[in-house]
Design a protein around this ligand. Structure first.
Ligand code: CTP
Length: 410
């Protein structure tokens, strides 16, 4: 479960056509375990009826400033109970009102009275979005500590193509998760690698492995939620870019080497979750090797050892915190301890490649954590999201290079 679980979230809906997307946002917040209360301006009610949100949330929708909810003045009661507020869509008008402390409708009245973290998802046409008054108001709102979720570009309801389209509900939900998460990695540069690599032996064929990138993506998402500036270098996988994360897609181990080394320069914490190809064909034959070229139906592909990225990072450690992964047969986890020492990393996470707990492509993982002092922890089977959360908690609780045997090799 993420950080929305058991939290009270107030969704403020103002008058824009994107209000229809806020129904989906309400559903996503509820699905993530939040108790969602909706507050609407009169404009908002012109696009979606309060009944829609009442049905979705199971709570009365606040549509007037002066009204009772369960015998309490709602705009006194609800602001104190809210853990987070999300204004979606936020019109140019409401952004202007928030920026100047005007509280003359249910949404702005709520916002003036709450100490909850606030996420604002603007939606308006491009001319309004670029207007100097709006730009100033947005900057002012940011200075209050509110989070602005940048609108996307695309086809707007007014018929033009431009910036101003409200961010997707999934993206907005991620921002709400982030404001509720402990900011234990705030301001830190985190580098994560994920997925398989492809080592081509002709232009149409390659050697790879079954990694799907789920573990690395979960780590990148969790690090971003905790306030980090995250770079994710990933091999070919079918997962969308995690919200807020600088995602660089590569194909081969050589490309992963290049991008990882570049990002490593400013990284402070590194999770090397990629299943980098260990063996690479000696040569990539141009074009396509034909069946008729195979002598007596057989073909051999000479392979050579690939460069080990993690080992190279360990040699240039320089105070960074390095977390490696090891793909191991379930009965041979002990060799992970040796990998930790050989590659000079702070933590090594062993995950099984066989048996009922095989980690490849699974949503769950049964890992063992190895530390520099030789300690080993066997974790229960957890979702990869939970492994990511727990791993980051352990890593955040440890200062780089303070564990026994740590040292700068750079
Ligand atoms: N790794 C890497 N570059 C490689 C191979 C592996 O950076 N060319 C990293 C992986 O991302 C992982 C760790 O090294 O974090 C261990 O990978 P694993 O495949 O388990 O072990 P290997 O070092 O390849 O050793 P072996 O083949 O002996 O199991």
């Amino acid at each position: 479960m993420g950080y929305l679980s058991g939290r009270t979230v107030v969704l403020g809906v103002s008058g824009g056509i994107a209000a229809y997307k806020s129904c989906e946002l309400a559903r996503l917040l509820i699905e993530a375990g939040a108790d969602v209360h909706v507050v609407m301006t009169h404009g908002g009610q012109k696009f979606v009826t309060p009944l829609t949100f009442e049905t979705l949330t199971g709570h009365p929708v606040m549509t007037e400033v002066f009204a009772l909810s369960e015998s309490k003045i709602w705009h006194v009661d609800l602001p104190g109970r809210a853990d987070a507020a999300v204004i979606a869509p936020a019109t140019a008008n409401i952004v202007g009102k928030i920026a100047h402390g005007i509280a003359d409708d249910p949404v702005t009245t709520f916002l003036m009275a709450t100490r909850a973290r606030v996420v604002v998802a603007p939606a308006m046409n491009t001319a309004m979005y670029e207007h100097p008054a709006y730009r100033e108001n947005e900057a002012r709102i940011r200075s209050f500590g509110h989070v602005m979720v940048e609108p996307g570009e695309g086809f707007l309801a007014c018929g033009v193509v431009g910036k101003g389209r409200m961010a997707e509900p999934e993206t907005i939900r991620e921002h709400v998760e982030r404001v509720l998460a402990p900011q234990s990695l705030a301001g830190k540069h985190v580098l994560v690698t994920a997925g398989p690599t492809r080592e081509y032996w002709d232009d149409a064929r390659f050697i790879s492995n079954p990694s799907t990138g789920k573990m690395g993506f979960a780590l990148a998402r969790e690090a971003w939620r905790r306030g980090a500036d995250v770079t994710l270098v990933t091999g070919p996988v079918g997962l969308p870019d995690p919200v807020g994360v600088r995602t660089e897609r590569v194909e081969t181990a050589d490309q992963m080497w290049e991008r990882t080394m570049t990002a490593y320069a400013r990284a402070e914490v590194v999770f090397m979750a990629a299943a980098v190809g260990d063996f690479v064909p000696e040569a990539r034959r141009p074009g396509k090797v034909r069946k008729r070229d195979a002598a007596e139906g057989e073909i051999s592909i000479p392979l050579r050892l690939n460069r080990d990225i993690l080992r190279a990072l360990g040699e240039r450690k320089n105070g960074k915190l390095l977390v490696g992964f090891a793909a191991e047969p379930a009965g041979a986890f002990e060799s992970a301890g040796a990998k930790l020492r050989e590659k000079n990393v702070d933590f090594l996470v062993a995950n099984p490649i066989d048996g009922p707990d095989r980690a490849f492509a699974a949503d769950e993982n049964r890992v063992s954590l190895f530390r520099r002092d030789g300690r080993r922890e066997d974790w229960p089977k957890l979702t990869k999201d939970d492994v990511a959360r727990r791993l980051i908690e352990v890593v955040c609780g440890t200062k780089a290079d303070t564990t026994e045997g740590g040292g700068s090799h750079g």
